[in-house]
Every structure is written in structure tokens, then in C-alpha cells.
Design a protein around this ligand. Structure first.
Ligand SMILES: [Fe+2]
Length: 210
């Protein structure tokens, strides 16, 4: 679930085409916004909706597949995150509708339009899942921040919603990272290149702890 945080206020036409599914411009949008801006925000929010739906499912997948001595701590930590992220999907979908768009809510559309692979870890120890989940959160948060930048001028109302979501997403990532941090403050997943690599690095560092 990676994203590149490009520093830009206005996406180019090529970026518009490559970053978002081709959704027709809305027949109407909220007062004070052009239909073109409304369409751009709808397309941007469509990908945020897919990312959040994917994250909510991934969190439940981990909740069900985590094993080992720290099972209950991770199992129980994740349900409030699932509830919060599900609330975010609802708010995001309803913002798309408010802007005159049609939020895609089916699994088929999510899989067809997403730009990332399925979560890579099945049944595994808690530290492996936490390492991989750190990377999942990084991808969602980077792309949310990019969406914040992209809506800075066109739609401060959407931007406000995204900022509120980011506050919780970053807090949840800290809950995960607190398990991956050494006493010296180093993050075991800092140089990880994939979810499997992050799971491996997190396990290695945990083994070295006294
Ligand atoms: Fe449960």
C-alpha cells in the first residue's frame, strides 16, 4: 500500500488519469465548487475509500490470524481500530455522494481499481503482523497526506475530513510502532522494502531484545 508524497497543489492531467479511476464528472456538486473540481475530489476520494475499506478488512484479517504468546494484546488492540476505520469509510463515501458522485462499495471494484497488492501475511506471530501492519499504515497515511495537499485550494471541507482521519490513522500507527521500537528509539521496520521484509525485520529485532 505505498504512495509517493509529491509536493504539488494541482495534479497534472496525466496524474489525474493515472492516480484515479475514470469516473464521469458529476451532474452537480456542492455550491461554490466547479464541477471539474468536484469530479477531481470525487476521484481522489474514491481511492481513499478503497484504501480505507482495504485497511478495515486487513485489520480484521490480522485480528483473526495473529497467534503466539502476545495474541490477546494484538487481537484486542485491533478491534477499536477496525471500528474507527469503518467509520472513516462511511464518512468518505458520504462525502463522495454529497459532492454528486457515486461511491463504489463492492469488493470487485476495490480490487479492480486499487494500486497495491493484497496483504502478504497469513497466520503468523504478533510481531510479524505488527511489522507488516506498520508498512500498511505508512502507505495509507502517505496517500492521505497527498490528498490533503491536493484539496488545499479546491475543497477545504474534504481536507478537514481527511485531516481528522489522519489524526487517528497516525495515532493507530504509533500503537503499532510502539511494539517495534527499541529502547534507543530505533524502528525495526525503518528500512523494510515489503510487508514480508518488515515482518522479518521486526522478528529479528524482537529476538535480540534481552
Ligand atoms: Fe473478534
Amino acid at each position: 500500500m505505498g504512495g509517493e508524497a509529491a509536493d504539488r497543489a494541482e495534479p497534472s492531467d496525466a496524474q489525474r488519469e493515472s492516480l484515479v479511476p475514470s469516473t464521469p464528472e458529476p451532474k452537480y456538486t456542492v455550491p461554490g465548487m466547479t464541477q471539474r473540481d468536484g469530479g477531481d475530489v470525487i476521484r481522489l476520494l474514491t481511492m481513499r475509500l478503497h484504501a480505507l475499506n482495504d485497511l478495515a478488512l486487513t485489520l480484521k484479517h490480522i485480528h483473526w490470524n495473529v497467534v503466539g504468546p502476545h495474541f490477546i494484546a494484538v487481537h484486542e488492540m485491533l478491534d477499536p481500530q477496525v471500528d474507527s476505520v469503518r467509520d472513516m469509510t462511511d464518512t468518505t463515501a458520504e462525502r463522495i455522494s454529497t459532492l454528486g458522485g457515486s461511491p463504489p462499495g463492492t469488493p470487485g471494484e476495490l480490487v479492480a481499481q486499487r494500486t497495491w497488492e493484497d496483504y502478504a501475511i497469513g497466520r503468523a506471530e504478533s510481531i510479524e503482523h505488527l511489522g507488516a501492519l506498520d508498512l500498511v499504515y505508512t502507505g495509507v497515511i502517505e496517500d492521505h497526506r497527498e490528498a490533503v495537499r491536493a484539496t488545499d485550494v479546491s475543497d477545504p471541507v474534504t481536507q478537514d475530513m481527511l485531516l481528522e482521519q489522519l489524526r487517528s490513522l497516525e495515532l493507530f500507527q504509533w500503537f503499532v510502532r510502539a511494539h517495534l521500537e527499541s529502547a534507543g528509539g530505533a524502528l525495526s521496520t525503518a528500512s523494510a522494502s515489503s510487508e514480508r521484509d518488515a515482518a522479518h525485520k521486526a522478528t529479528e529485532q524482537a529476538r535480540k531484545q534481552p
